[in-house]
Ligand binder design. Structure first.
Ligand code: SF4
Length: 130
């Protein structure tokens, strides 16, 4: 049995999420190019200050969230993770072990943070694929 109930989890996010006072629209850019890239970066920087970032990212991957920025991950980032899971480990995200998920997430977020520091490298998935 999970030690965290849905109600507890909702309470956790209500109390500690870094985005709780942000405009929700910030996390739902229209598209993945042009001005949307800057919006994604702005949303991502809020996530990078959030104590719930890894949990939020994993939850979004588990429920195959298609839209928005969650846990610092854009739609393209989640696509990158799904591909890595499939290509490197031969499994879908939901089938990975906790360690495998954490490893992939850590790799991606490390690169995202490096790209963030070295702006303007914001077009991430193509750079990450190299
Ligand atoms: S990681 Fe980002 S989207 Fe998720 S709760 Fe934190 S600030 Fe909100």
């Amino acid at each position: 049995m999970s030690s965290i109930t849905t109600a507890n989890k909702q309470d956790l996010f209500r109390r500690f999420a870094a985005c709780r006072d942000e405009d929700p629209e910030l996390f739902f850019p229209i598209g993945t190019t042009g001005p949307a890239l800057l919006q994604i970066e702005e949303a991502r920087s809020v996530c990078f200050s959030c104590p719930l970032m890894n949990r939020c990212a994993d939850d979004a991957m588990t429920r195959s969230e298609s839209d928005g920025v969650w846990g610092g991950l854009s739609e393209d980032d989640r696509t990158w993770l799904r591909r890595r899971a499939r290509d490197e480990l031969g499994a879908r995200w939901a089938e990975l072990t906790r360690t495998e998920r954490d490893t992939l997430l850590a790799r991606l977020t490390r690169r995202l943070r490096l790209a963030e520091r070295g702006r303007p490298a914001v077009r991430l998935p193509a750079a990450l694929a190299a």
